[in-house]
Ligand binder design. Sequence first.
Ligand SMILES: Cc1cc2nc3c(=O)[nH]c(=O)nc-3n(C[C@H](O)[C@H](O)[C@H](O)COP(=O)(O)OP(=O)(O)OC[C@H]3O[C@@H](n4cnc5c(N)ncnc54)[C@H](O)[C@@H]3O)c2cc1C
Length: 411
Amino acid sequence: MREKKREEYDVVIIGGGAAGLTAGIYCGRAQLKTLIIEKALVGGLATYTNEIENYPGFPEGTNGLDLMNLFQKQAKKFGVAFKLTDVKKVKLDSPKKEVETFRNIFEAKAVIIATGGSPRITKATNEEKFLFDKGISFCATCDAAANTDKTVMVIGSGDAAIEEGMFLSKFASKIIVSVIHDEGKMDCNEIAKAQALSNDKMEFKWNTMVNSFEGQDHLETVVLKNLKTGKLETITVDTCFEFIGYTPNTEIFAEVVQLSKMGYLITNLNMETELPGVFGAGDVRNKELRQVSTAVGDGAKAGVAAEKFIAETEIFKNQILQKEKVGFIYIYSATNAPSMELLPMMQDIEKEFITDVKLNILDVYKGKSLCDRLACDVEPMTIFYTKDGEVIEQSSQCDRPHITEKLKSLL
Ligand SMILES: Cc1cc2nc3c(=O)[nH]c(=O)nc-3n(C[C@H](O)[C@H](O)[C@H](O)COP(=O)(O)OP(=O)(O)OC[C@H]3O[C@@H](n4cnc5c(N)ncnc54)[C@H](O)[C@@H]3O)c2cc1C
């Protein structure tokens, strides 16, 4: 087999939806060499949505494809490169990360995972024909207003199905809920169940599953099958909302990075995963609201976090772990007055040892992640290391005699 071609980037973003494109805009604008890899359609899930009415800045609403084309144009303006291919494998636990496709291995200092997810479908007859904007929807927040005074169907009885069904009841005149269980049995929590059962607009079809979806260009009827009697019932609806689960696109990350029980990527609020230099953004994350606006927010944060990570890695390598002199780090906090009062003394010490010692002064607040890399948990703190980068002492003892004695012993 031919050896895969290697290419180097600062940042590789996996997934070219709203989150990935936004992360790309931020990284490109920060002049990082950035690549977005997209396996299907650049723009992601939003491109399948005809009408997006809740994305700020478009009071008349916008078409998902048009909106995503603008995102892509903006990313390209900042020099972001695109490859249309499927990421097959990743290696993310070392400083040089590898993202592997059929033909290439892309190396990167930071990787942003923005692979989104896919709504689960019923697999009933004709379903593919009506998906997304042809009458089958997976998003009540997105499509409820368009169904004002209409009849809709909800498939499912879990928390999402029932809570979204109740949200739909503020708009639609009737909500028919198809539940696979016996009468009164639902998969949602008891409070949602009680509220739904007493909602006049909601009608339940117990022991049913979808047999087929019917219509010309747009969905017109849903044929339900009674699981006990086998009887078919044809119901006229304007839209059918399916809430039978959502599958995050995280198969390739399963053994690589921490995922939730449901397979979502776990990040903190700065979009950092537990692996240094690996970030997550958008629907793939373990979070509450999955929308274009939240994907954009995540993408912006992930882009900035990746930029900061790369900059700090350079500082760490070139300034802190420099190999020309003996290293001495003083860590203080701008909110800790005694630690600030020691700053002039530290600078004096630097002057005394100027030819042989490199002093780095770090503010815990501003250089938090650098301090994390140094495992600094108290402030003030001093760290001494040899020219070879070996840490000799990490201590809260900050008096001048101790410091000068230590430095002399290292020369
Ligand atoms: C029918 C529908 C209507 C919606 N309407 C609205 C609305 O009106 N307003 C709103 O705000 N939100 C709406 N949403 C939600 C919105 O589309 C999503 O929240 C948003 O698209 C998430 O963006 P993302 O970038 O996180 O993920 P996605 O858009 O899913 O993008 C992820 C991308 O990653 C790619 N990918 C996955 N795996 C790989 C791999 N291995 N290699 C390479 N590429 C990969 C995928 O092909 C995909 O393009 C709607 C969703 C649906 C399903």
